[in-house]
Design a protein around this ligand. Sequence first.
Ligand SMILES: Cc1cc2nc3c(=O)[nH]c(=O)nc-3n(C[C@H](O)[C@H](O)[C@H](O)COP(=O)(O)OP(=O)(O)OC[C@H]3O[C@@H](n4cnc5c(N)ncnc54)[C@H](O)[C@@H]3O)c2cc1C
Ligand SMILES: NC(=O)c1ccc[n+]([C@@H]2O[C@H](COP(=O)([O-])OP(=O)(O)OC[C@H]3O[C@@H](n4cnc5c(N)ncnc54)[C@H](OP(=O)(O)O)[C@@H]3O)[C@@H](O)[C@H]2O)c1
Length: 372
Amino acid sequence: MQYNRKNPFPAPYCGNYRLNGDGSAKDTRHVIFSIKGSGMSYDCGDSLGVAPKNCPEMTRLLLETLGIDGDAPWTDDSGTTSVYEKLLSDFNISKVSKKFINWAARKGNYPQLEEVAADKQAMIELTEDRDIIDFLAKFPLQDVTVEELFEQLGKLQPRLYSIASSPRKHPDEIHLTVGVVTLEVDGRMRKGVCSTYLADRIADQETVPTFVQATKTFRLPDDGDTPIIMIGPGTGIAPFIAFLQDREATGSKGENWLFFGDQHEATDFLYREQLEGWKKSGLLTRLDTAFSRDQAEKIYVQNRMFEHGAEIWNWLEKGAVFYVCGDAKRMAVDVDNMLKKIIQEFGRVPLEQVEDYMKNLKSDHRYLRDVY
Ligand SMILES: Cc1cc2nc3c(=O)[nH]c(=O)nc-3n(C[C@H](O)[C@H](O)[C@H](O)COP(=O)(O)OP(=O)(O)OC[C@H]3O[C@@H](n4cnc5c(N)ncnc54)[C@H](O)[C@@H]3O)c2cc1C
Ligand SMILES: NC(=O)c1ccc[n+]([C@@H]2O[C@H](COP(=O)([O-])OP(=O)(O)OC[C@H]3O[C@@H](n4cnc5c(N)ncnc54)[C@H](OP(=O)(O)O)[C@@H]3O)[C@@H](O)[C@H]2O)c1
C-alpha cells in the first residue's frame, strides 16, 4: 500500500516525553509513532505529515457560540458521524479566513467587514493570533446552519515535523521533536492545533493519520567520509538526531560538528545525555552550545560559529556539508549572514566573491536547509 498525503497511514501512537526540565518556559516533546507492518519507509532528512484533531473544548465552545447541536448526526461521502466529530477532525476552526469574513459580512450585515477583507493590513490586525471564537465575539452571527458553517470553514491541514530518528536504528518507528505552541491572548489560552494534539490529546495506541514527506535535498552525503556541520537550535535539532543515529549505525568515518542552542542550559539542553554521550564516544567531533538566556547578553548559535570561524572555514575547505534546521524567520537569516561573514573574514574571500562562494556551496548541495 502506497501511503501519502491523500491516503495517510493510521500510525499507532506510542507516547511522548518532555525534553525540557522543570521550570523551563518551553515545552518540547519527543513523540513516537509506530509504522510496524505498514510498508511505509523513510529516510533521514524526511518529514512526517500529521493530521491533527482540534481541541475538544474549543470545538464545543464554537458550537455553543453558534447555538448548533453537536450531537446531531452528520452524513457525507465519508459516512455518518456527529456534527461535533466532523468539526473536531475536519475543519480549521482557529484561523479566520478571508472567505469566512466576507460571508460573515453578508450573513451578519457587517459592511465594514468587506472593507477589512479587502485590506491586507486590516486583515492581519483582525485575525493575527485570533481564532474564530474571538471573531464571533466581535461580530456575532444568528441562525447559522451546520451546512453554512461547514461551507465557510477551510479544511484542517496536516502539519509537517522533521523526523528525529534514523530508519537504521528505528526501522519500525518514527520519532519527532515537537515544540508545543501555546500563547495567551486576552486572558484565554490559545493552543497550536497539532503541537498540543501531539503533546496531550492522543491516547496510547490510538492511531493518527500520517505520511512521509520526502525531502528533495536535505540528505546526508552519500560518502560517509564527508565532514558535516549541523546548526540546529531548539526543535531544529530533530533531523540531526536522525543524522547522527544514522552515521553511528553505518560506522561512517566523516567528522560531525553540531551547534545547538536554546534558552537555558539547566532546563533546555534537549537530548543532552545523548549528545554528550556521542561527544564522548567520538561520533560528535565537536559539540558547541549557545544558551541564550543564561547571561545578560543573548548568545546565539551564530555567535558560537563566529568564535570558531577559522575552524568552520577549514571544514568548508575540506568539503564539509553545512546544514541548518529550525526557525526560518530569524535564526536561519542570521546564520546565513554569519556564514557569509566567516567566508569573508576567515577565508579571506573578497566581499564581491562571497555570494559566488555561497552559490557554489548551494549548487554543490553543500549548504542545505530545513527551515520553517
Ligand atoms: C518542513 C517543516 C518541518 C517542521 N519541523 C518541525 C519540527 O521538527 N518540530 C516542530 O515543533 N515544528 C516543526 N515544524 C512546524 C510545524 O509544522 C507546525 O507549524 C508547528 O508545530 C505549529 O503547528 P500547530 O498546529 O501546533 O499550530 P497552529 O494551530 O498552526 O498555530 C500556530 C500559530 O500560532 C502562532 N504562533 C505563536 N507562537 C508560535 C510559536 N512559538 N511557534 C509557532 N507558531 C506560533 C503562529 O502565528 C501561528 O499562526 C515544521 C514545519 C515544516 C514546514
Ligand atoms: N511565530 C512565532 O511567533 C514563533 C516564535 C518562536 C518560534 N517560532 C517557531 O517555533 C519553532 C522553533 O521553536 P523552538 O522553540 O524550537 O526554538 P526557537 O524559538 O527557535 O529557540 C531556540 C533558540 O534559538 C534562539 N534564537 C532566537 N532568535 C534567534 C536568532 N535570530 N538566531 C539564532 N538563535 C535565535 C532562542 O533564543 P531566545 O528565545 O532567548 O531569543 C533559543 O535560544 C519554529 O517553528 C519557529 O518558526 C515561531
